[in-house]
Design a protein around this ligand. Structure first.
Ligand SMILES: *Cc1c(COP(=O)(O)O)cnc(C)c1O
Length: 385
């Protein structure tokens, strides 16, 4: 339960702590580092360590445990996307590395399926442009064909990007298999945003094992601090990506665009601990726990008049289970946006999300501390009872 001194460290500042029923969202904090991560971060503070060397050793440890050729810890998956495009454009040419984000004389176009960008509400495309690359859409909103990709490839094409969402596969998109086949046929690398594809474990790193040159992972989904992420890829790709990164800027004195994307040694060791835990933990237990917590709220709300709840059965990715909540305005006198506003206006505020294109709230257990599922269930019910 929320005690009197709950989140007092924020309140002392005058900041307003909240209960996060939305899930893993960056705006609210993204993740709560798990105890193994907190402990590793504290231990890492006992000594300084050269960070180019730590990046190399941590990357090797993670690559081995995940079963991909190479890995690199970045300042979030977003940074991994930016560094990857820099690596593709500038490679290991130090003059080009220092020239970015000015891409004069370099191939600078990243192809992305129109469907994946607009229809799937892909939010992280900006990260691909930061190093100076330009995004070029291909295919229509309705579907993408192999021919669309073939036609889109031109003299300035640097890479083809793909957004992997195993939870809701898009049968009208061009598949990753075909994307890789066509791109590689023209000597072009393929980058994949698979930030949340960490479960089933066989999906963790799968896109690189399928032949993509690069994929990112967001460590916020793994119980690490939300400020870290992973670049996974071929040895060549990850080597070149490292040359763009902050450690290389300082360690090699080559001023790449990655300098502001700093990662500290505690964050790196926390990320290592998070990956180790994730690859070895009992996921059946993890899923059973989230399912039970979801059922706690769903059961509480089933009998509330004017309210409809539907438990989600997804276990793929980082946010299993949870439920959708609809309200019948004729019965409750409130629409779904007003429900979200009232939860936010309560004490403590409960944050949920209604997406612009949806008429329901999706509640996730990801950001709820122990027992907060009871508070959330009671608070939602109290709006109508
Ligand atoms: C969260 C997320 C990102 C960004 O990851 P950060 O680690 O927050 O930078 C990129 N792509 C997808 C699909 C994500 O869910």
């Amino acid at each position: 339960m929320v005690s009197a001194d709950w989140a007092s460290i924020y309140k002392e500042l005058g900041a307003n702590p909240i209960i996060n029923a939305t899930g893993s969202v960056t705006l609210l904090g993204g993740s709560t580092p798990v105890p193994e991560v907190v402990e590793a971060m504290a231990m890492a503070n006992q000594a300084y360590v050269p960070l180019m060397e730590l990046e190399e050793k941590a990357g090797k440890f993670i690559a081995d445990i995940v079963n991909v050729p190479a890995a690199y810890i970045t300042s979030g998956a977003g940074s991994a996307l930016t560094l990857a495009t820099a690596a593709i454009m500038a490679g290991d040419d130090d003059d080009k590395i220092e020239q970015l984000p000015d891409t004069t004389g370099m191939k600078n176009e990243i192809l992305i399926q129109n469907r994946q960008r607009y229809m799937m509400h892909y939010w992280y495309d900006r990260c691909l442009e930061l190093a100076g690359a330009k995004l070029v859409d291909f295919g229509s909103e309705d579907r993408t064909t192999a021919q669309d990709l073939e036609n889109a490839i031109g003299p300035n094409t640097a890479a083809v990007h793909y957004y992997a969402v195993e939870q809701s596969p898009d049968s009208h998109a061009l598949s990753l298999e075909e994307t890789i086949e066509i791109a590689h046929g023209k000597g072009l690398p393929v980058t994949v945003d698979a930030a949340g594809q960490i479960y089933p474990l066989e999906n963790f790193g799968k896109y690189v094992r399928m032949g993509a040159d690069f994929q990112c992972i967001a460590a916020k989904y793994l119980g690490a601090s939300q400020s870290v992420g992973l670049a996974l890829g071929t040895e060549e790709m990850i080597y070149k990506l490292g040359l763009q990164a902050f450690a290389s800027y300082e360690g090699r004195r080559v001023r790449g665009i990655g300098r502001p994307h700093k990662v500290d040694r505690q964050e790196m060791m926390g990320c290592v601990a998070a990956v180790k835990r994730w690859m070895t933990m009992n996921h059946e237990e993890r899923l059973a726990n989230v399912e039970t917590r979801t059922q706690t709220i769903v059961t509480r709300l089933l009998t509330v008049p004017g309210v409809r709840v539907e438990m989600l059965d997804n276990i793929i990715g980082h946010q299993p289970f949870g439920f959708n909540l609809w309200v019948d305005e004729a019965v409750t006198g409130m629409n779904i946006r007003q429900v979200a506003d009232k939860l936010k206006a309560g004490d403590p505020p409960i944050w949920t999300r209604v997406r612009d294109w949806e008429d329901f709230i999706t509640i996730h257990m990801f950001g709820l501390n122990e027992n907060e599922e009871h508070i959330v269930g009671d608070r939602i019910a109290a709006l109508f009872e």
